[in-house]
Design a protein around this ligand. Structure first.
Ligand code: 6GU
Length: 228
């Protein structure tokens, strides 16, 4: 699957994906990331990509023409890309959206805007607007990387053990149950006896109960959402 990214900072996309699961998927050609610099589409001698807001106010706003030209250039070779604008005003990204993105076999074009603002007319040029949460980043680059990581690991062959994906889809609706590994006792804290019992039915029941209890305490909103 191909991820194209229109960005003022294409070099940001190099090292984060070099190692780990996504790095391996890139080597195996399951996934490719194509950063596409926005700067060359800027206007005039200084390749300007932003300007002062009409109506006044502080900060700069990204002009629509460079972004439109970059989108047109990328899409000329790949007309079926799903075009996503990263913006704090977008729909909040979650695991369900990651799954939808992983099914977009024609590839995805991510457009990283800057926080201060993008000309409103850019919105008409994309298929979807996505935010990764209610906090402010100075640019959409890190958000684009989050989308690539969460989507990429769902592609067939990326994860070593596909069973862990099945467990995760349960974990989307509840938090994880508590996990332990060796040693049996660490600084006076013992592993719950039931996990050493070898009784797999009891262990499963204990884990489900713990997951539910933890979710009710920490993320009651997840349990609410299950009703819909
Ligand atoms: Cl997609 N962009 C920016 N600039 N800030 C964000 C974001 C995106 N998602 C959360 N905060």
């Amino acid at each position: 699957m191909d991820f194209y990214v229109i960005t003022l900072f294409p070099e940001m996309f190099e090292s984060p994906f070099r190692g780990g699961m996504i790095g391996r998927a890139i080597e195996q050609r399951i996934l490719a990331i194509h950063p596409h610099p926005l700067r060359p589409y800027g206007l005039g001698r200084y390749k300007q990509v932003d300007d002062a807001p009409y109506g006044g106010g502080s900060g700069m706003v990204m002009r629509p023409e460079p972004i439109a030209a970059a989108i047109d250039a990328v899409c000329a070779g790949h007309p079926a890309l799903w075009k996503v604008l990263l913006t704090p005003q977008g729909e909040i990204f979650n695991q369900a959206l990651a799954r939808e993105f992983a099914a977009k076999t024609e590839g995805i074009l991510l457009i990283a805007g800057r926080y201060e603002g993008i000309d409103e007319r850019v919105r008409s040029m994309v298929d979807q607007e996505i935010s990764i949460g209610d906090y402010v980043l100075s640019g959409g680059e890190l958000a684009a990387m989050v989308v690539i990581e969460a989507t990429g690991r769902l592609l067939a062959g990326v994860l070593g053990n596909p069973d862990s994906l099945k467990e995760e889809s349960f974990a989307e609706r509840t938090l994880e149950y508590p996990q332990y590994t060796r040693p049996e006792e660490f600084r006076g804290m013992r592993v719950p006896e039931i996990l050493l019992s070898g009784d797999h039915a009891k262990i499963r029941a204990w884990r489900e109960a713990e997951a539910r209890r933890r979710t009710a305490r920490r993320r009651p909103d997840l349990l609410e959402r299950r009703k819909f």
